[in-house]
Every structure is written in structure tokens, then in C-alpha cells.
Design a protein around this ligand. Structure first.
Ligand SMILES: C[S@@+](CC[C@H](N)C(=O)[O-])C[C@H]1O[C@@H](n2cnc3c(N)ncnc32)[C@H](O)[C@@H]1O
Length: 303
């Protein structure tokens, strides 16, 4: 499995025994209750290393004191700092490219045909757990490259994450050159502009045409959603892997309500809906589709 938390070398002065089993259990409970993220016993050292950095920064000498700060905080900010520290944000442009090929070859041409026919040239995509922005920007590039006459369409990609730290990077839209190694140069040249950071080159900035298609927002997937949808596609890839089965089941069934008829749900290729109960139809690996009374297939329109 690729999405394990990387264990960082411990540079702090706190000893492993300083995080007691009781405190570890409390952190685990807070993280699970708030974000649905499950940390097993094996993650104790990781948690100690990551939280150790916060303790050092604040001059705290015990995890118990840090827990007290979290528990007494009424603003909700402390929980966000904690979740920022434990979330794993690995991502890349056009990660799991099969999904982007499928969008390009099947989903978008069919959507364009149906919407052109109805005259409602609108597309809504939700990227849930967008991390530092590579995924929603890859979606925007795919839409730009695939939908003919996209300038005349109303296209919006909502990109959400629980971590405010990654959202800041995503909104900035500035990435080091090595992030683009696998992207064909013509695509890079069309949608990204060479940039300098602190006088050093080798960076690229997302072009305005792509950036304006994406709206970033802070959202805990286990909280209330301040929008109704419906979305034509929801991308929730490599996020549910951190949740236990009941949490995954609740989330997937919620997603069903936020999709348009015939809408698609994309999950990570190392994830599966096999062991949970859900109303989706399997389409291909890591792609599911909503089927409802008004589905296009029933109306005789097959994508
Ligand atoms: C491994 S990254 C996946 C990024 C991207 N979807 C991809 O596949 O490349 C997982 C992301 O899910 C976010 N996440 C974890 N739990 C979350 C929750 N309860 N609500 C919203 N986002 C969450 C993390 O902050 C992280 O950025």
C-alpha cells in the first residue's frame, strides 16, 4: 500500500515514552471523531514525531499539556492544526492517469453531447480531499483540452480539503519544476507559466484560465456540506483509505445524494467499494456511477 504515513526521523528531544498510551488514545479519539481518520497502534511513533514539532514550536514539554490546549480551545483552530499535522497529503498532477483518459475519451464527450442537446452547457465537479491542488488543476486542464468551445460553458470545479496548510499551497498555484516531469511539455507550456521563487527559477505557476475554474474551500467531509450540488462527477481519491468501513459507507452514500443522475464517483485505484453497502453501479476500476429513476440509460441515452 503506498499511502502509509512516512515515518520521519525524530529530531526532537521528546522521548517515545513521553507520549503515553492514554494520551495516544485521546489523540486517536479526537482525530477519529473529528475527521474520521483512523490511526492504528503502529502510528504512535509517527504521531509522536509530528506532534513533537508543534510542542517544540510552542515551548510545551508534554503531550498532556498539548491535549489540554486542544480540549480547552473553543475556536476550533487547534483541531485544524492537529489535523494538519496528521493528514497525509501525497498527490501529483494527473495521478492515476487512467481516470483522466476515461474522462477525456468517454465522460466528457457524452456529457457535451447531452448538454449541447439540452442547451445547458454547465459542468460541476467536486474534488473532495484535493490536497495541494494538483488534482483539481489536472481536472481543469483536462476539461480545457477536451470540451470544445469551453469558453461558452459554465464550468466550475469545487476543491475541498480539511487541511488549511495544503489549501494555502493549492490557492497559490505555484509548483516546482520536478512536479511536471511526467506531463507532456506542450501541456505544460499551454497551461503553466515559468516562474521564480526567491530569485530562483524552475517553478511554474498555474495560468489564470485554469485557476479561475477552481474554487478552493476548507471542508471536513464528516461535517455538514454548505452546498447542494448536484455534481456531474465527484473525485474522492486516496482519501477514504484513511477511514474505517462504517465511515466510508456513510460518505459514499452521502456522495450519491450530491451527484446528478448518471453522475460519476471516482475513487483511488487502491480503494474499493466492494465491502460496503452502496447504490452505485460499477463502471470500471475505481469508477462508479449513480443510477436512479431518471438515469440517462433508462431514458435511452447511453454514454
Ligand atoms: C493522500 S491525499 C489525496 C489527494 C488527492 N485526492 C489525490 O488522490 O492525489 C488525502 C487528502 O485527504 C484530506 N483529508 C483527510 N481526511 C479528510 C476529511 N475528513 N475531510 C476532508 N479532507 C480530508 C487530507 O488532508 C489530504 O489532503
Amino acid at each position: 500500500m503506498t499511502h502509509v504515513f512516512p515515518i520521519e526521523p525524530s529530531k526532537d528531544v521528546l522521548h517515545p515514552r513521553d507520549l503515553t498510551d492514554a494520551d495516544f488514545e485521546k489523540f486517536r479519539r479526537i482525530i477519529y471523531d473529528t475527521a474520521g481518520i483512523t490511526l492504528n497502534e503502529g502510528k504512535k511513533e509517527l504521531l509522536r514525531a509530528r506532534l513533537g514539532k508543534i510542542l517544540r514550536k510552542r515551548g510545551l514539554t508534554s503531550f498532556t499539556d498539548y491535549l489540554a490546549e486542544i480540549e480547552s480551545d473553543k475556536s476550533g483552530e487547534e483541531i485544524i492544526v492537529l489535523l494538519d499535522a496528521v493528514s497525509t497529503n501525497v498527490t501529483s498532477f494527473f495521478r492515476e492517469p487512467d481516470h483522466f483518459h476515461f474522462l477525456e475519451s468517454t465522460v466528457l464527450p457524452a456529457l457535451a453531447a447531452v448538454r449541447n442537446q439540452s442547451g445547458t452547457r454547465k459542468v460541476r465537479i467536486w474534488c473532495a480531499g484535493c490536497s495541494t491542488g494538483e488534482e483539481p488543476y489536472s481536472l481543469a486542464v483536462t476539461l480545457r483540452e477536451t470540451l470544445p468551445g469551453i469558453e461558452g460553458w459554465d464550468v466550475k470545479i469545487l476543491a475541498t480539503d480539511i487541511s488549511t496548510r495544503v489549501l494555502q499551497i493549492a490557492r497559490n498555484g505555484l509548483y516546482p519544476g520536478d512536479k511536471f516531469k511526467t506531463m507532456p511539455s506542450p501541456v505544460v507550456n499551454r497551461w503553466f507559466v515559468p516562474a521564480e521563487v526567491r530569485g530562483e527559477g524552475g517553478y511554474y505557476r498555474v495560468q489564470h484560465a485554469i485557476r479561475k475554474m477552481v474554487t478552493f474551500a476548507h471542508l471536513n467531509l464528516h461535517a455538514d456540506y454548505p452546498f447542494k450540488g448536484p455534481f456531474d462527477a465527484i473525485f474522492c481519491r486516496n482519501v477514504m483509505i484513511f477511514f474505517d468501513r462504517p465511515t466510508q459507507e456513510t460518505l459514499v452514500n452521502r456522495y450519491h445524494n450530491y451527484l446528478s443522475d448518471d453522475g460519476y464517483l471516482f475513487i483511488g485505484h487502491s480503494e474499493s467499494l466492494n465491502s460496503i453497502s452502496h447504490p452505485f453501479k460499477y463502471v470500471r476500476p475505481a469508477v462508479y456511477r449513480k443510477t436512479g429513476p431518471a438515469s440517462a440509460e433508462r431514458r435511452g441515452i447511453v454514454a
